[in-house]
Write a protein that binds this ligand. Structure first.
Ligand code: FE2
Ligand code: FE2
Length: 257
């Protein structure tokens, strides 16, 4: 347990562009690894160099997981046959809320003054926050029906359709315009603050859910790369304990069944 706590408390080393776990052969060269060049000074407290850039591996992995879940929900509601459970919905909603809240509080604010020289960048960051807000009524309308607070479940297919479309549009916009600026301009200290805040909000129990959620249905190379960001003992726990438990939870009580 102490090893897992230590890993989680030091997770920013792998989240921020620091070195991957030493025996993680499947970890990709840039995602999860240090983006540094020769002759750069190493910061001995973080294992990174002054010119290392934020590593967006887990950001992109989370986006893929959001797309996967939104598409599953859309299919489940459209066909009337469930492929995701209420627990699966709760996992999706929880990670989406955390993701958007911390982008709005810890990512866009420090980036904003650093891109003042770029035409349209301020409006683009405004749009990031507005697109997050635009999702909330759709999410709440779905939830009200899933929990039985509203009876008109006939609207669920249209709502899941809207969710997948609006969320997909936002993720694509963020990847095309905002994330390149994060990589190019955001100091590692700000990226660490963003990563640390999410880690603290999730807690250790969140890690036990977050990594299985990230690798769910991903092709093997991508899943191995994500698991490769964990130290070997935790990687084994993830495969043997966390992932089966997540699979059991998220296949119970399917939506639409
Ligand atoms: Fe994002
Ligand atoms: Fe976002």
């Amino acid at each position: 347990m102490l090893g897992i706590l230590s890993f989680w408390n030091n997770m920013f080393h792998t989240l921020d562009g620091g070195p991957p776990a030493p025996d993680a052969p499947d970890a990709p060269g840039t995602p999860g690894g240090s983006r540094t060049g020769p002759g750069q000074d190493t910061d001995m407290t973080t294992g990174t160099t002054g010119t290392a850039t934020p590593d967006l591996t887990l950001m992109h992995a989370a986006h893929e997981a959001f797309r996967r879940d939104a598409e599953r929900l859309r299919r489940a509601a459209g066909s009337g046959r469930g492929t995701i459970s209420l627990e699966g919905w709760q996992v999706f909603r929880r990670f989406l809320d955390i993701h958007h809240r911390f982008e709005d509080e810890y990512l866009w604010p420090p980036l904003r003054p650093l891109v003042r020289d770029l035409p349209g960048a301020a409006l683009m960051l405004d749009a990031m926050e507005e697109e997050h807000q635009r999702l909330n009524p759709v999410l709440d309308a779905i939830e009200a029906r899933l929990y039985g607070h509203l009876a008109d479940t006939g609207e669920l297919p249209g709502l899941f359709d809207e969710l997948a479309t609006v969320l997909g549009g936002h993720l694509e916009h963020e990847e095309r315009e905002a994330l390149p600026l994060v990589e190019q301009r955001l100091p590692l200290a700000d990226w660490k603050a963003f990563s640390d805040a999410q880690r603290k909000a999730m807690g250790l129990s969140g890690a036990a859910e977050f990594f299985p959620w990230l690798v769910d249905a991903r092709p093997q190379p991508a899943a191995r790369a994500i698991r490769g960001m964990l130290p070997p003992p935790v990687r084994a726990i993830c495969r043997l304990v966390w992932e089966p438990r997540y699979a059991r939870r998220t296949t119970r009580r399917p939506v639409g069944a």
